[in-house]
Design a protein around this ligand. Structure first.
Ligand code: S3P
Length: 174
């Protein structure tokens, strides 16, 4: 399968970049969080509050497996915690090229400071939460990805250009 899968921390721009990339490449766009909310008929915040994070993680893994059946090439954005689950690693590999969208802590803070929709970031000190989670996840993102693209202080057009160039190279040489 040669889907383009965007991974990275909350606020790294996976959905915003993914939508634009899909439009530019004329491919369907899939967001695992949106899929899960549609399937469950409730928000991610409600899923966390009513059934807990562990249940949400099983939904993410199910969504990822369902993508294996897709016959059409897609741009896929996955939730920031999905690559943390080891059982998802082989599935991500199988799905296609994994692109890690990187952003530094200051960028993330700026983008997430008014967020109310991400249960992992509610309550307490936002910087501390981001730093702690990033510490736990950074290496996993790096190791799961085929390539890395920074989003700090960049226009969407530059980010899209870099992803398209790099993914083309991987497909052609790989
Ligand atoms: C999460 C990231 C969210 C969403 C959920 C948990 C995480 O997705 O899946 O709130 O653990 O990092 P985004 O990365 O799209 O915000």
């Amino acid at each position: 399968m040669d889907h383009i899968i965007l991974i990275g921390f909350m606020g790294a721009g996976k959905t915003a970049v993914g939508k634009r990339l899909a439009r530019q490449m004329q491919l369907p766009f899939v967001d695992t969080d949106d899929w899960i909310e549609a399937q469950e008929g409730r928000s991610i915040s409600d899923i966390f509050a009513e059934d807990g994070e562990a249940y949400f993680r099983t939904l993410e893994t199910d969504a990822l497996h369902r993508l294996l059946d897709s016959k059409e090439r897609c741009v896929i954005s996955v939730g920031g915690g999905l690559p943390v689950q080891p059982q998802n690693w082989p599935v991500l590999r199988q799905l296609g090229t994994v692109v890690y969208l990187e952003a530094d802590i200051e960028t993330l803070l700026g983008r997430l400071k008014y967020d109310t929709k991400r249960p992992k970031l509610q309550g307490g000190d936002l910087r501390e939460k981001i730093e702690t989670l990033m510490e736990q996840r950074k290496e996993i993102y790096e190791q799961t990805a085929d390539l890395r693209v920074t989003t700090d202080d960049r226009e969407f057009s530059q980010i899209l250009q870099e992803i398209m160039e790099k993914t083309t190279n991987i497909v052609n040489c790989g």
